[in-house]
Design a binder for this molecule. Structure first.
Ligand SMILES: [Zn+2]
Ligand SMILES: [Zn+2]
Length: 293
């Protein structure tokens, strides 16, 4: 009996430990890179490679969100594919980035050619630039190493909500400075309930402001910044300085994580909590029965 009770107590401890997976004074730090349709070219790829090398020097894990234009370029060049495979194997996340159709109409961004809006409903001659629906989109991105689990889909206009690819688990959104610190929240895209975190553009704050936001964050918070490859090209030192800052805050690198890792750790798991409670009740019940006997 004693052994069984010890076993049950051990099980509870393991479950509780599972609910607080990272006992650390640091928040989770996430660094996202958006790879835009308009600069899917070899020169920009080399800039991205440079960024990965610098991130590696400071234990920073990047989440590299590719648009379909980047995926096609990478798949066409074996040298690029090999490098991207290395990044994936080194623990950087290869995520998804989308420039939806209706957002491009209202904000003048470059549509990436994929949408779940039927081709015949596109305005003017836009149907000529149609490349496929969002199943085609995700199939193309999944030709890159691994499987896509997170993305910045940019579904800012209501008619774009139907573009959420149902096989993606996690969403990242935002660009404002206030978006740098967040916790996972449930959002809904045309009936798909998705866990979403925020990220803020690194250059929307002065370096001290971003570092202060990190310092003010508590364990369990996600401190996430985003840059575009072109931002890095313009200010490589600002990005490298932030990598160095993160590396100095957590030399172990344990809390320097990807979007999917941060979300796996930070999304509350009700099933685990219920399981722990259930084991607790069983223990109390057994304890009472023993006292009565
Ligand atoms: Zn962006
Ligand atoms: Zn973008």
């Amino acid at each position: 009996m004693k052994i069984r009770r010890l076993f049950a107590a051990g099980a509870i401890l393991v479950l509780l430990w599972g609910m607080t997976p990272l006992v650390s004074a640091n928040p989770y730090a996430v660094f996202v890179v958006h790879c835009e349709p308009k600069n899917a070219d070899p020169a920009s790829f080399l800039q991205l490679r440079d960024m990965v090398v610098k991130a590696d020097q400071h234990q920073v894990k990047l989440t590299i969100d590719f648009t379909p234009q980047w995926a096609e370029m990478i798949l066409e060049h074996p040298v690029f594919s090999d490098l991207v495979t290395n990044w994936h194997e080194a623990g950087h996340e290869l995520g998804a980035h989308h420039h939806p159709y209706w957002v491009s109409k209202t904000r003048g961004t470059n549509w990436d050619g994929y949408t779940n809006t039927p081709q015949e409903n596109l305005l003017g001659s836009d149907g000529e630039n149609y490349l496929g629906d969002m199943d085609d989109y995700l199939a193309l991105l999944n030709e890159l190493p691994g499987t896509r689990t997170s993305g910045t889909l940019g579904l800012g206009e209501p008619p774009d909500a139907i573009d959420w690819p149902q096989d993606l688990l996690y969403s990242a959104a935002g660009h404002a400075f206030e978006d740098i610190v967040s916790r996972p929240q449930k959002v809904e895209y045309a009936g798909h309930v998705v866990w979403q975190m925020k990220h803020g553009l690194l250059s929307n704050g002065l370096p001290e402001q971003v570092e202060n936001a990190y310092a003010a964050a508590v364990p369990g918070d996600i401190v996430a910044v985003v840059t575009h490859v072109s931002n890095y090209e313009d200010f490589p030192q600002a990005v490298e300085n932030y990598f160095a800052f993160l590396g100095s805050q957590d030399p172990s690198g344990n809390t320097l994580v990807t979007v999917t890792e941060a979300m796996n750790l930070a999304v509350p798991e009700p099933s685990t909590i219920w399981l722990a409670l259930l084991v607790g009740w069983m223990l109390i019940g057994r304890h009472r029965r023993q006292r009565r006997a």
